[in-house]
Structures are given as structure tokens and as C-alpha cells.
Design a protein around this ligand. Structure first.
Ligand code: GLN
Length: 312
């Protein structure tokens, strides 16, 4: 278990080192609104079982969580559909970019996993079924507020609209899946909910708090609330490890050794089973679309604290 004073100095050291670095990766500029973010930000937050959050750097500044939202939509969709979800989406690493369309043709419109864009759009379609888009979106937002125990979590409308105007690849993916019957709702509705949940803005602190149930067998250890079964939490962690960083998932597992999920806003949520939920944020990305310094910070954290799911 982490001792708070040592953890505080470790997280502060890492944040100081990251802020001093000049290799910051490249901001995601295919979503025009994200291109405006200052690449100099770095934040880190570690949430412990008792609700203590150890933070450093820009850990209180909200950022666009983007694909990190896919962990939470997967959790909701499994609650709705259970194992039937796996008829709509697979659970194997794709080995391709997050927005790739190539496998969809040979695999008959069934996306490889719930974390690539195509898979997350199919998952959103499951959450939308039988609801108006605004109701489905409200459900997702309420879930984020409940998990982070913070009613101030909101959607950045400018980011959502920016992506809605320019998200032609996602439109192609959704229409292609629709042609196979994998998307059941009107494509515009499903994409509308998808773009908006990707545009949820949260700070590292809020995100680390929201991830706690994954670190603690599906329960919030602070309040005792059960969110999902321990078996489901274990499985979501497994998919985070194998698919959470797209075609960089193997490298992330090798270097960090923790289940993690990245987003093109530059955030990463990482889980230390039984111990902590960690959020890092640095907006510059590597070639696979994962936070460059975020990954380096988590690698330093895992190495110096001796935590990883594979041993010290
Ligand atoms: N909203 C982004 C997209 O669909 C999410 C991608 C990501 O964070 N990897 O392109």
C-alpha cells in the first residue's frame, strides 16, 4: 500500500521532471478545438482507497477526456446488455490506429474491441437503444458525476461541436457499421452521443476518483457503493491492458505494466489493482495518439514505486 508522504514526494518529483521536458509530443489537431490547448500542461492525481487524492502540477484543470470516456461507456453498456454486448463488438487488440476502418470490411462490421473508435461507437449505440440521445447522454454524464462524486463535471460543448463538424472518419465508420446492421439507431443520433461523451471535461483529480471502482473489485472503497461485480471490473481492466492504447497497447503494457486507457485530449487513466486509480494529463501525443509525457510519467511511477500487475 502507498504511504501518503512518500507518494506525495514521488508524484511531485515526476510532475517537476515532466514540466521541465521539452519533448512534449504533438497536440491532436484533427479536432480543431483540441488544437487550441496549451501543450505545456502536465497534471497527475493518484486516488487512494480512503478517498485521499495525491496531486501534482495541473491536476485540477479540466481537459477533454476523449477516449477515456470509453471505459465508462463500456461499463454502462455491459450493465445494459451483459455478455450479449460481445455480439456487437469483439475484445481483441486491433493492432491498428484508433480510427482505422480496414478491419471492419473483413470482419463484417463488428469492431475488434470497445476502445477503438468503431467499437466505442457500437457501444454508444447499445446505451442509446430505446432512449432519446439527450437522455442517453444525461445517463453517461450522471454516471461520471456519481463516480467522481462531483456534480460539476460537464461536457465541453465547443469540443463536441468541433468534432461533430469535422468527424468525417467517425461518420464513415458509423455508416459502414450501419450497413452491416451493427448500428441500430439513426447514425446521427449515435454519433451525437458519442461526440458528446468524448467531450466530457474532467480534471486529473476527478478522473482518478472516477476510476476507483476499477481498482477495488467494482466497489467504491470509500463509500462502500458497489458499481459493478468484481468479475466485471477484472475483465474491464483486462481490456484496458490489451486494447487501451490502440496499436501502442503492447508497448504501454511493456513499459508501464498497468491497465490503462488513453484519450487524444492527452489524458491517461491507469489502474493499480487493489491500490490506486491514477490519472495523468499532458496534451502532446505520440504517433499512436497516446499522451507522450503521460506514458513516460506512468512508466516512471511504476518503476519507482515498484507497482505493476507483473511484479515490481
Ligand atoms: N473523439 C475522438 C475521436 O473519435 C476520440 C479518439 C481518442 O481519444 N483516441 O476521434
Amino acid at each position: 500500500m502507498f504511504a501518503v508522504p512518500q507518494l506525495r514526494s514521488l508524484v511531485t518529483d515526476i510532475a517537476d521532471e515532466m514540466r521541465a521536458r521539452t519533448d512534449r509530443g504533438r497536440i491532436a489537431d484533427y479536432i480543431p478545438e483540441l488544437a487550441r490547448v496549451d501543450p505545456g500542461f502536465f497534471g497527475m492525481a493518484v486516488a487512494l482507497p480512503d478517498g485521499t487524492v495525491v496531486t501534482a502540477g495541473d491536476a485540477e484543470t479540466p481537459f477533454s477526456i476523449q477516449s477515456i470516456s470509453k471505459v465508462f461507456t463500456l461499463t454502462l453498456a455491459l450493465g445494459i446488455a451483459g455478455d450479449r454486448l460481445w455480439k456487437r463488438v469483439g475484445r481483441e487488440p486491433s493492432g491498428t490506429a484508433f480510427n482505422s476502418i480496414v478491419q471492419l470490411e473483413s470482419e463484417k462490421g463488428v469492431p475488434r474491441n470497445p476502445f477503438i473508435n468503431a467499437g466505442a461507437i457500437a457501444v454508444t449505440d447499445v446505451i442509446l437503444a430505446g432512449h432519446k440521445p439527450s437522455v442517453a447522454l444525461g445517463e453517461i454524464l450522471r454516471f461520471m458525476r456519481f463516480l467522481s462524486d462531483d456534480q460539476t463535471v460537464t461536457i465541453d460543448k465547443a469540443v463536441a461541436e468541433s468534432e461533430q463538424r469535422t468527424g468525417f472518419r467517425n461518420m464513415a465508420l458509423a455508416n459502414y457499421m450501419k450497413s452491416f446492421g451493427v448500428i441500430e439507431n439513426p447514425v446521427d443520433y449515435t454519433l451525437g452521443v458519442y461526440f458528446h461523451h468524448c467531450a466530457i471535461a474532467m480534471s486529473c483529480r476527478q478522473l482518478a476518483l472516477a476510476g476507483r471502482f476499477l481498482a477495488h473489485s467494482g466497489r467504491n472503497p470509500d463509500t462502500g457503493h458497489s458499481v459493478i461485480s468484481s468479475e466485471r471490473a477484472r475483465r474491464i481492466n483486462a481490456i484496458m491492458l490489451t486494447c487501451g492504447h490502440y496499436d501502442g497497447s503492447g508497448d504501454f503494457a511493456y513499459r508501464v505494466g498497468l491497465p490503462g486507457k488513453s484519450g487524444v485530449g492527452g489524458g491517461i487513466l491507469a489502474i493499480v489493482p487493489g491500490q490506486a486509480s491514477i490519472a495523468v494529463w499532458s496534451p502532446g501525443l505520440d504517433d499512436a495518439g497516446n499522451s507522450h509525457l503521460g506514458r513516460i510519467a506512468l512508466e516512471a511511477f511504476a518503476k519507482r514505486s515498484g507497482v505493476s500487475i507483473f511484479g515490481a
